[in-house]
Design a protein around this ligand. Structure first.
Ligand code: 5GP
Length: 193
C-alpha cells in the first residue's frame, strides 16, 4: 500500500491572506489540491460558482446536510460553509495531498472524524492590519467587517489548538514556511496500518 496523501486542515481569519498564500504555494508545489467549499454566502464580484466556492441556496445547503453529504459544516459570519465529501474524495482519489480551508469549528470537526490531520493556523500580522485589509478589499459593509474582526479575535485565541502556526506578515516567508511544513510531513515515517 502506498503512503496516503497528507490531509492538511488550514484555518485563517477572513482577510489573513489565505487565498493569495495558497495561490503562491500552488505555484511552488505540485501534487497539492485545495478543496472547494460550499457556502450560502453571496458571491463577491469576480467570484465564480465552482471556482472559489460552490454557491448554494440555504434550502439546497440544508438538504445536503440532511443527506449526509458534508465531511464538516459550520455557521460562520451568519452563513453556512462546509466541505463536501465528494470534493474531498475527488482530491484524495487524484493521489494528491489536500488542503481543506475551514474555520476553527471545521478543524475541530474534521479532527473528530479523522486522526491523520495536519492542522495549520494562518495568523495575520495584527488585528489592525487585518482591519486594513478587509476595508481595502472594499467588498463588505462596515457591519460585516466588524463581525469578521470579532470572529478573527476569537479564532486567533484558538490558534494553540493547531499543530502549526504560520504568520502571514510577508508572503514569501509565509509560503516558505508552508512548504517546509508540507515537506516535513511528507518525510514523516509511515507504518502501514
Ligand atoms: P469568506 O466568506 O471570507 O470566503 O470565508 C469566511 C470564512 O469561512 C473562512 O475564513 C473560513 O474560516 C470559513 N470557511 C470557508 N470554507 C469553509 C468550509 O468548508 N468549512 C468551514 N467550517 N468553514 C469554512
Amino acid at each position: 500500500m502506498a503512503k496516503p496523501g497528507i490531509l492538511i486542515v488550514m484555518s485563517a481569519p477572513s482577510g489573513a491572506g489565505k487565498n493569495t498564500l495558497l495561490a503562491a504555494i500552488g505555484e511552488m508545489e505540485q501534487n497539492l489540491a485545495t478543496t472547494i467549499s460550499a457556502t450560502t454566502r453571496m458571491p463577491r464580484p469576480g467570484e465564480e460558482d465552482g471556482r472559489e466556492y460552490h454557491f448554494l441556496s440555504w434550502t439546497d445547503f440544508e438538504a445536503r446536510i440532511a443527506a449526509g453529504d458534508f465531511v464538516e459544516w459550520a455557521k460562520v459570519h451568519s452563513n453556512l460553509y462546509g466541505t463536501l465529501k465528494c470534493e474531498l474524495d475527488r482530491c484524495l482519489n487524484a493521489g494528491s495531498d489536500v488542503i481543506l480551508e475551514v474555520d476553527v469549528q471545521g478543524m475541530r470537526s474534521v479532527r473528530g472524524v479523522r486522526d491523520d490531520v495536519v492542522s495549520i493556523f494562518l495568523m495575520p500580522p495584527s488585528l489592525d492590519e487585518l482591519a486594513r485589509r478587509l476595508r481595502a478589499r472594499g467588498t463588505d459593509e462596515e457591519e460585516v467587517i466588524a463581525l469578521r474582526l470579532q470572529n478573527a479575535h476569537a479564532e486567533m485565541a484558538a490558534r494553540h489548538e493547531f499543530d502549526y502556526i504560520v504568520v502571514n506578515d510577508d508572503l514569501e516567508h509565509a509560503a516558505a514556511d508552508m512548504v517546509a511544513i508540507l515537506r516535513a510531513e511528507r518525510c514523516r515515517a509511515w507504518r502501514q496500518p
